[in-house]
Write a protein that binds this ligand. Structure first.
Ligand code: FES
Length: 143
């Protein structure tokens, strides 16, 4: 299995690992396919994600995609973070082996879960805002 240099970099030196004790939103999701889990913490100030951290019991690809995903949304407005897809994360990593594409879904789902939690805490129904989570986009395993 061949990983890009960027994947190896984010796997061996993941960014934004940890927790935010006073987070404004926390999302925890599990990957139905492999049983791995991911927890995402966000800090929001004036509609901007000022801090993002994650913890995972996941494979190397899950670590790398989550690390890249947190890098992509940190410092960005919430609206931009909501647009993040696992496909964009995979592209930013110069690709993932096909059998590992499902791992990248975990990061997108965790971010959306954290944003939903944030909206709920603000008394806003996150449904229409957070929208649909992409299911294994581009995954060729046929499930
Ligand atoms: Fe479970 Fe990658 S194998 S997240």
């Amino acid at each position: 299995m061949l990983y890009s240099e960027k994947v190896m970099d984010h796997f061996t030196n993941p960014r934004n690992v940890g927790e935010i004790p006073d987070a404004d939103g926390v999302g925890e999701v599990g990957n139905a396919k492999c049983g791995d889990i991911m927890k995402m913490y966000i800090k929001v100030q004036n509609g901007v994600l000022t801090d993002v951290k994650f913890k995972t019991f996941g494979c190397g690809a899950a670590v790398a995609t989550s690390s890249m995903a947190t890098e992509l949304i940190k410092g960005k407005p919430i609206e931009e973070a909501l647009q993040l897809t696992n496909k964009a994360v995979v592209e930013a990593l110069d690709g993932l082996p096909a059998v590992k594409l499902h791992c990248s879904v975990l990061a997108e789902q965790a971010i959306k879960a954290a944003l939903s939690d944030y909206y709920r805490r603000q008394g806003i129904d996150p449904g229409p805002l957070v929208g649909e989570v992409h299911e294994c986009e581009g995954c060729c395993e046929g499930h």
